[in-house]
Design a protein around this ligand. Structure first.
Ligand SMILES: C[S@@+](CC[C@H](N)C(=O)[O-])C[C@H]1O[C@@H](n2cnc3c(N)ncnc32)[C@H](O)[C@@H]1O
Length: 210
């Protein structure tokens, strides 16, 4: 089943932004197999004092496992540009035992609306490919990280060949940022120790240090 695509080209200033009408797809079993939350958690290794930021949070795919894992510890901020997505996330966490820990922040102009050095670990989950200027955005994320802070980037890799008739999934090929390009952007933005964590399929999970 198609998940992150197709994008609504009438939505957003540059046509790459996820269509909020498709938000129900974001927790599909197919997607959870491709981007396993357990692999993400292993790479994140959350700690009780962690200040965690989910950038392009959508409906909370990457926030909820951390919220569960820390069970009332930690500090959470979820950022999104789309009010519909933030509203859907608000509804989703309303019934979560630790949902009140998550601060929802709208990024009005697509910026990183967080103070300098205020985050220990941030994730950009299936979101780097939607950003208009990925390098400028990564530089802004780095600014928001505390010394030694980490950024995790999960996104679709270059498309793989498909059997005839096999349904294509994910963002359009021309929007994707393949693994090597994502690594190079992180280094160019000033991150160090850029490594790939295992467990994602036709997709990557990168961990980079400020
Ligand atoms: C494909 S969805 C992924 C959502 C979530 N991270 C997940 O993996 O399920 C990408 C999200 O990024 C948001 N987004 C796009 N551009 C953004 C920006 N410049 N700042 C913040 N959020 C943005 C979209 O509204 C959408 O909710």
């Amino acid at each position: 089943m198609a998940d992150d695509q197709p994008h609504d080209h009438s939505h957003g200033p540059h046509g790459k932004r996820f269509d909020p009408a498709r938000r129900h797809m974001l927790f599909s079993p197919e997607r959870m197999a491709r981007f396993p939350p357990a692999a993400f958690l292993r790479a994140l290794a959350p700690t009780p004092a962690m200040r965690f930021a989910d950038l392009g949070a959508g409906t909370g795919y990457y926030t909820l496992p951390v919220l569960d894992a820390l069970a009332g510890e930690g500090d959470f901020v979820a950022v999104d540009v789309a009010p519909e997505m933030l509203e859907a996330l608000r509804e989703r966490i309303a019934s979560h035992p630790h949902g009140a820990k998550v601060r929802l922040v709208r990024s009005v102009h697509g910026e990183v609306p967080l103070p300098d050095g205020s985050v220990d670990a941030a994730v950009m989950g299936n979101f780097l490919h939607e950003v208009e200027d990925p390098l400028a955005y990564l530089i802004d994320v780095r600014r928001s990280l505390a010394p030694g802070g980490r950024l995790l980037v999960a996104d679709w890799d270059a498309p793989v060949a498909r059997a005839p008739g096999e349904e294509r999934v994910g963002p359009p090929d021309e929007h994707r940022i393949p693994l090597a390009k994502a690594k190079a952007l992180l280094v160019e933005a000033g991150f160090s120790s850029v490594t790939e964590a295992p467990g994602f399929r036709e997709a990557y999970l990168l961990v980079a240090r400020r």
